[in-house]
Ligand binder design. Structure first.
Ligand code: 5GP
Ligand code: ZN
Length: 113
């Protein structure tokens, strides 16, 4: 299957990695919307939140652990940040490998919809 983020996990497409372990990979967004803009993804290919099930949901909890750890390391844990995953067309999802945006380092807009 041809997937941009699977290729990034494999190292076939370069990225600026900020974290990696057995199940999770995190890298800088190529088009940052904030001073800190990191994408945290499961290594396993899931297309979106729609693919999360009881069988694979442990990695989602782990992604939030990684988000908290990276927020601390990147110095935004006290100032605040947002973790968001766009699912499908109405949310503006453009890459169909599940990913969580970690955004911070400035006062983020609050228009959620
Ligand atoms: P979405 O719109 O699907 O929620 O977010 C996809 C994100 O992936 C966008 O913020 C976009 O800038 C980022 N992105 C797309 N292609 C690449 C790439 O090749 N490398 C990196 N590092 N980020 C990418
Ligand atoms: Zn993928």
């Amino acid at each position: 299957m041809d997937c941009l983020f699977c290729s990034i996990v494999k190292g076939d497409i370069p990225s600026t990695k900020v974290y990696e372990d057995e199940t999770v990979f995190a890298f800088k967004d190529i088009n940052p919307m904030a001073p800190v803009h990191v994408l945290i993804i499961p290594k396993q290919h899931l297309s979106s939140v729609n693919d999360v099930t009881a069988e694979n949901s442990a990695v989602i909890a782990h992604i939030y652990e990684v988000a908290a750890k990276l927020a601390k390391e990147l110095g935004i844990d006290e100032s605040g940040y947002r973790v968001v995953s766009n699912c499908g067309a109405d949310a503006g999802q453009t890459v169909f490998h599940l990913h969580f945006h970690l955004l911070g380092g400035k006062k983020l807009r609050v228009d959620m919809c």
